[in-house]
Design a protein around this ligand. Structure first.
Ligand SMILES: Cc1cc2nc3c(=O)[nH]c(=O)nc-3n(C[C@H](O)[C@H](O)[C@H](O)COP(=O)(O)OP(=O)(O)OC[C@H]3O[C@@H](n4cnc5c(N)ncnc54)[C@H](O)[C@@H]3O)c2cc1C
Length: 383
């Protein structure tokens, strides 16, 4: 049976980042994933420049477009377009992007075992996984980076109480004229109650679009996606992939590390509640996970300090994004047209958004500029 310093379950951005950093520091790391790579992942594939900055290697080889225009509408109407003057996000297909991240982990020395669905997890003096087909591996520590459903995290007794929402993603093979129309432009369509949005992100040969909604509206997802597809004029386009998925949000101090296991990325609920993005936090938490496993391997005790690191380095940003989201969607719910008019005619709101996306500011810094934000957000929540 194989024995390692660390086992990483899941080779998405969180798992690959953790594995790369661990292997680069000399640890013996095994990464397993139920998929073979490259693999599809339901995702818009929007990589804000702040996410790119977290990676120590170029991603140009997988960038399909870079957007500087944000095209905002309310159920297809009251539209306005904001130009950030320079790209604020890259557009990637997740199969190629994740494969690139994984290849850097392998290059650093991590061992990857694809097609390995973990079915049992045991902790104790060490950790042990059992996968379909009888594969078994043991290690000193485990990083569960197994995504929003996090079956292995649950087996480790972590993350069961983390909140979630529903999302749906569609990729269509669009005619060249439609691809040209949406080049360098991301679309956000608002007006879902009590919150949520539809988006369209351009890629080289396909258009990705989808909707995020609260979990109790998951049943309406297909109908809403159909309506959005029609509004985009893409009703006749050939659908490549259409798939639902969850996004999880850690809101308080839910346990994400205990004993010899920890959660990273979506499994820990590290996505923001304003844009519902999670790749930046997956990479960040992957790094924190590696740092803490290395510390623990060096004899510095348990992994609980990982949770303190996440609480200190990631949660303030997620809390600020949440407040901004409550304020933004709350205003939209109360006064949709005046809010669209007002936000369409202000520059500071979108300049701040672009600065955060480019990594020149943070939600925390922008939220601190509005001292009344917590009070407004609370009021919007009650409304
Ligand atoms: C519709 C949608 C659109 C989104 N758009 C964006 C966006 O534009 N930008 C952005 O930043 N974020 C976006 N997100 C969020 C983003 O996709 C996630 O935050 C990100 O993928 C988290 O990375 P991760 O490594 O934690 O998990 P994942 O990327 O989900 O990777 C988890 C891995 O674990 C593996 N796995 C699961 N169970 C097992 C098991 N039992 N055994 C072995 N392996 C297992 C899976 O195969 C998978 O490869 C979107 C999410 C959704 C649902």
């Amino acid at each position: 049976m194989a024995r390692f310093d660390a086992l990483v379950v899941g080779a998405g951005p969180a798992g690959s980042t953790a594995a790369r950093e661990l292997a680069a520091a000399g640890a013996r790391v095994l990464v397993v994933d139920r998929a073979t790579f490259p693999r599809y992942k339901a995702c818009g594939g929007g990589i804000p420049l702040r996410t790119e900055r977290l990676l120590p290697f170029p991603i140009d080889s997988v960038v399909e477009d870079s957007v500087h225009l944000l095209d905002v509408s309310l159920r297809g109407r009251h539209r306005f377009v904001k130009d950030s003057g320079q790209p604020f996000a890259h557009m990637v297909m997740r199969d190629r992007f994740d494969h690139l991240l994984l290849s850097h982990a392998e290059r650093a020395g991590a061992v990857f075992r694809p097609g390995t669905t973990v079915r049992a997890f045991t902790g104790g003096e060490g950790v042990r996984i059992e996968a379909e087909g009888g594969f078994v591996a043991e290690a000193d520590f485990a990083i569960c980076a197994d995504g929003a459903h996090s079956p292995v995290g649950r087996m480790a007794g972590l993350g069961a109480d983390i909140a979630e929402c529903a999302a749906w993603e569609v990729e269509v093979k669009a005619p060249p004229a439609a691809l040209r129309r949406y080049r360098s432009r991301s679309l956000i369509d608002l007006g879902y109650n009590p919150w949520g949005y539809a988006w369209l992100f351009p890629k080289a040969n396909v258009l990705s679009f989808g909707i995020v909604l609260p979990p109790d509206q998951a049943g309406q997802m297909k109908e809403r996606v159909r309506a959005y597809t029609a509004r985009l004029g893409l009703g006749d386009a050939e659908v490549d992939i259409a798939r639902g998925h969850k996004i999880r949000f850690r809101r308080g101090s839910e346990s994400i590390a205990a004993g010899r296991a920890l959660l990273a990325g979506d499994s820990a609920g590290l996505a923001d509640e304003f844009t519902e993005e999670g790749i930046a936090y997956a990479v960040q938490s992957g790094r924190l996970a590696a740092r803490n496993v290395l510390r623990a391997l060096g004899g510095d005790g348990a992994l609980e300090r990982y949770q303190q690191d996440v609480d200190r380095e990631i949660m303030p940003e997620l809390r600020a994004a949440r407040l901004i989201g409550f304020m933004f969607y709350g205003m939209l719910r109360r006064a949709p047209r005046p809010w669209m008019f007002a936000s369409g005619h202000t520059t500071f709101l979108w300049d701040a958004f672009f600065a955060v996306q480019r990594g020149e500011s943070t939600y925390e810094r922008e939220a601190a500029r509005v001292p009344l934000l917590p009070a407004i957000a609370r009021r919007m929540l009650r409304a």
